[in-house]
Design a protein around this ligand. Sequence first.
Ligand code: GAR
Length: 214
Amino acid sequence: MSARVAVLASGSGSNLQALIDDCAQPDAPARIALVISNRREAFALERARLAAIPAQHLPRSRQESRQDYDARLVEALQAQQIDWVCLAGWMLLVTPVFLRAFPSRVLNVHPALLPSFPGLDGAAQALAHGARVTGATVHLVDEGCDTGPILCQGAVPVLPDDDLARLQARIHRVEHRLYPRALRLVLQGQPRVQGRVVYFDGQPQARTYEWFEG
Ligand code: GAR
């Protein structure tokens, strides 16, 4: 039976779309069973509706603590029997309340080669630092900000005439290949975390592709 995956997205949801498209393949080990956004205007919600996936707008109120919000989030996810959660442009930090409900079952995509450039605006940070190479990372989520064990990475060059939009677009193209790949890996490859390293079928980094795109 295929795993029930929820995607949490705050924005356009292009990574959500990549996951939806991959999960529509006949050999997909997962199906996207729920999409949640904290922002009503997030295009991710529209993408879910277009794909006939249940979509929920779950805003966090100003007075609500992060823990209380996460408890509501967990309730919504458990009500749909969700097995795995993919953060895809989810712009809220998750708390232990959330992680305890899905231990080692929360993935995130980040627009940089972690541990470089965590936090906000990964692509802008790469430009500001004059980095020659950057990329995208899919990792398991822990309590830190973009600090969890790495599952997959893809690299792209930073070209001399790049502006932010061009670099972001190049990173996005890698993310869209990387995220479905990472989800398949964790569902099919029996990941085991030792220290900071994820082993698949006993081998570190086996089958985690790296790309270099112009
Ligand atoms: C993606 O580039 C993702 O890596 C980034 O937000 C974008 C969402 O795009 N996430 C972070 O920066 C999290 N630290 P999308 O809504 O089109 O998928």
